[in-house]
Design a protein around this ligand. Structure first.
Ligand code: ACM
Ligand code: ZN
Length: 736
């Protein structure tokens, strides 16, 4: 085993500084994910156009990859030589020298570069580390003639802690073209991630060509009519091209064929697949259909077998993902054919029917040499006899269940690794999933990996990028004007830089991860993302200190991005590209009037530092939900609708309290709760809220909570003419 996290610099800080200034040495290296063992030596090696490269015969693709990357930015065209002893650069595999799967050794001395992998994947990772040792411009797709290509002299030995370092990309809710998918894979590979769960099927779209069922893509891949028709799919040739592209980069593509739920697009194409046979349309909005695959029809089971057979032949991975999440069993309970299967199999609950189906499929796939992967529901609905791999997306401790039932697990908890949630709640933040609190970069990075189960049960981690926020290319909620309003850019904004945190979670052991060290290394990676033409969320400036000095507040800031400028205002306005540049601590009269942004350039900058309103005076009312202002309330009589997704998590009794803060009185009437468009509770009320009665509380019992589904309230309001009332709404769970 490689001893974890030993980073050794053989020079003193003063010695290093002198060497940087002489250009004899590069800056300390900042590799993500952090290598297990890294020694940086004195001196650098300057790359030249006339260098030669020798490589093992099995590494032709990886050698070409390196040559292409180098050629684009440096213009160098390193010639191949047969003799390793004479080559300047050697790429080799040696499973004796490097014992760990996907591991590598990289040495750069004054004359030569040697990269040795345990396997081709490990060698590829050695190349990635080598590229990260070079200036960020190395990743550019155009010639960078001004750059000096100097590599620090290093000895690195490295290997991953977990074999599964995944991302899920939801191409079903939004169709990303083949080029974007390749770009996503390339970014994963840069950070040594090795599994892409390709979420090809969902209610809103079927994206995989299946020759035996052409209507899946003729019909199921498209929403809307005529000129409003949107969608798309990957032909089998496209898939082969993506697989080949990924293979060079050590990324395995695992197709996800969702059933028995999340497959309305197939039911639209072939209505006989469902229990009712009813004709539906491919939805244009986020929607979770209750029309499941009918387990009682031979035709449906044959369909599933055919689709899985064709998919299994197309994708070389030894895994196949069968989805399995969020099935609601109403249709199965009502379907005589499904009921008949339950009787035949001696099943007492409709959910056991899902377990039955999982078993049928797992047996089928085993014959093809494939292991079934699915969302955690596949090990929670009935007993599954084949060992499967469950993606734990709710509670990390459910890996214990996987251990106890002979299965394996991948950690993909929504709380930390769903990258479709925004990073923060600063006003102006990108609008994204809301059914849980935001996931900051630190929260994503800090997830413990092996706390609950045996390490052997947990294969690794997986970030998930769902696309239901901009289904079919329509952003349901717009990007802030700071960012380009394109869906692919939006996907990148949410994915980066958090993907780098997920990558390090998967690569490094719990003990070797260090948030401050990661953040420090990350500061030089934004420039790498820029050269890769990859959008990202620019982090707000770091507040190094905030101290009271007399009646003023003194801010000391630092840029979280190497080379970025910090701009600020002290009057509460939004900083822009001509605002004052921060160079030394700033004193302000009112803390909340201080605003500062990190500026990469005049088109790419962060949200401002933001201080949340102080709700401490309202603590007894619970969590803040919404704020009403005169402009939110209809004149005279009307209703005010506000979102409460993620505020009432789980079933139970809650107090929803309206608190008047200032302005005129207002009448409050009935409060109605909605789950998406479905009306739930309705609480009558007739009360005046204002200076006399500052708080009005509605008590509500929630029985239909569903994660991932938006919840709203609508309250009747009445004022005398234009409403000039201000206040907050809070929610508190009533202890039972
Ligand atoms: C999921 O988020 N429905 C797996
Ligand atoms: Zn049925």
């Amino acid at each position: 085993m490689i001893k974890r996290l030993r980073t050794i610099f053989r020079l003193t800080a003063a010695g290093l500084a002198a060497l940087f200034s002489m250009g004899a040495m590069a800056q300390p290296v900042s590799i993500i994910p952090q290598p297990v063992h890294l020694e940086q030596h004195e001196g650098t090696l300057l790359l030249r156009a006339d260098m030669t490269m020798a490589y093992d015969a099995v590494l032709g693709q990886q050698a070409r990859y390196l040559q292409e990357v180098l050629h684009r930015s440096t213009g160098f065209c390193w010639k191949q030589t047969e003799k390793k002893s004479r080559a300047d650069v050697v790429l080799e595999v040696d499973a004796q020298r490097v014992a760990e799967t996907e591991g590598y050794r990289l040495t750069v001395d004054g004359k030569r570069i040697n990269i040795c992998g345990h396997d081709a994947g490990g060698l590829f990772y050695g190349i990635q580390t080598f590229l990260q040792l070079l200036p960020p411009a190395i990743h550019d797709s155009t010639l960078q003639p001004q750059t000096e290509w100097r590599v620090p002299q290093v000895s690195i030995s490295d290997a991953p802690d977990h074999p599964w370092r995944g991302m899920m990309l939801d191409v079903a809710r939004y169709f990303y073209d083949k080029e974007f998918v390749k770009h996503y894979i390339d970014m994963m590979a840069m950070y040594k991630m090795n599994k892409l769960q390709f979420h090809l099927i969902d209610d809103s779209g079927w994206r995989l060509e299946i020759k035996k069922y052409p209507r899946l893509t003729e019909v199921g891949a498209w929403a809307g009519q005529n000129e409003n028709r949107l969608g798309g799919y990957y032909s089998q040739d496209d898939i082969r091209e993506i697989i080949e592209y990924a293979a060079v980069r050590n990324v395995e593509i695992i197709p996800e064929i969702e059933f028995p739920a999340h497959m309305l697009s197939a039911v639209v194409a072939y209505p006989w697949l469902s229990c009712t046979g009813k004709q539906h349309e491919v939805p244009r909005q986020h929607f979770i259909s209750r029309d499941l695959l009918c387990v009682g029809k031979e035709t449906s089971i044959n369909f599933l077998a055919d689709v899985l057979e064709e998919t299994a032949s197309l994708f070389p991975s030894n895994y196949i993902n069968i989805g399995g999440d969020e099935a609601v069993y109403d249709r199965w309970k009502e379907c005589p054919l499904c009921q008949k299967v339950m009787q035949r199999e001696g099943l007492s609950q409709a959910s056991d029917l899902q377990g039955y189906l999982t078993n049928v499929v797992a047996d089928m796939m085993k014959k093809k040499g494939k292991t079934v992967v699915g969302w955690e529901e596949i090990i929670m609905r009935g007993k599954v006899s084949q060992p499967v791999v469950a993606l734990i997306w709710h509670e990390v401790k459910d890996t214990i269940l996987a251990t106890q039932t002979g299965h394996q697990a991948i950690l993909a908890p929504a709380t930390n690794l769903y990258l479709d949630f925004p990073e923060g709640s600063t006003p102006g933040e990108i609008k994204a999933a809301t059914w849980m609190p935001p996931i900051s970069l630190e929260k994503c990075y800090s997830m413990p990996v092996n706390d609950y189960s045996q390490a052997s049960t947990v294969l690794g981690v997986q970030g998930c990028f769902w696309s239901d926020q901009f289904i079919h290319g329509t952003l349901l909620q717009e990007l802030p004007q700071l960012n380009e309003n394109r869906s692919e850019k939006y996907a990148e904004y949410l994915t980066f830089p958090r993907l780098l945190a997920v990558a390090e979670l998967g690569w490094c052991s719990n003990a070797s991860r260090n948030w401050q060290h990661f953040k420090q290394r990350l500061s030089s990676h934004y420039a790498r993302l820029d050269h890769k033409d990859c959008n990202y969320r620019v982090p707000e400036p770091d507040i190094v200190s905030m101290t009271e000095v007399g009646d003023k507040v003194r801010f000391e800031l630092a840029s979280p991005v190497d080379g970025a400028t910090i701009r600020y205002t002290t009057d509460g306005t939004y900083p822009h590209s001509h605002s004052a540049v921060y160079s030394s601590p700033v004193e302000v009269d009112v803390k909340t009037d201080f605003r500062a942004i990190t500026e990469i350039n005049s088109r790419h900058y962060s949200l401002p530092i933001y201080f949340e309103p102080d709700f401490s005076a309202y603590e007894k009312y619970g969590t803040f939900v919404a704020e009403w202002k005169p402009q939110s309330i209809a004149p005279n009589a009307g209703t005010w609708r506000f979102e409460a997704t993620g505020k009432m998590v789980g079933n139970g009794t809650y107090d929803v309290t309206f608190v008047h803060t200032h302005g005129n009185d207002m009448q409050l009437g009935k409060l109605v709760q909605y789950k998406r468009d479905e009306q739930l509770a309705e609480i009558p009320m007739k009360a005046t809220i204002g200076r006399q009665h500052t708080a009005v509380t509605y008590r509500i019992t929630q029985t239909a909570f569903e994660a991932g589904v938006p919840f709203y309230f609508e309250v009747e309001t009445a004022c005398n003419g234009v409403c000039n009332s201000h206040g907050y709404v809070f929610v508190r769970k009533v202890e039972e």
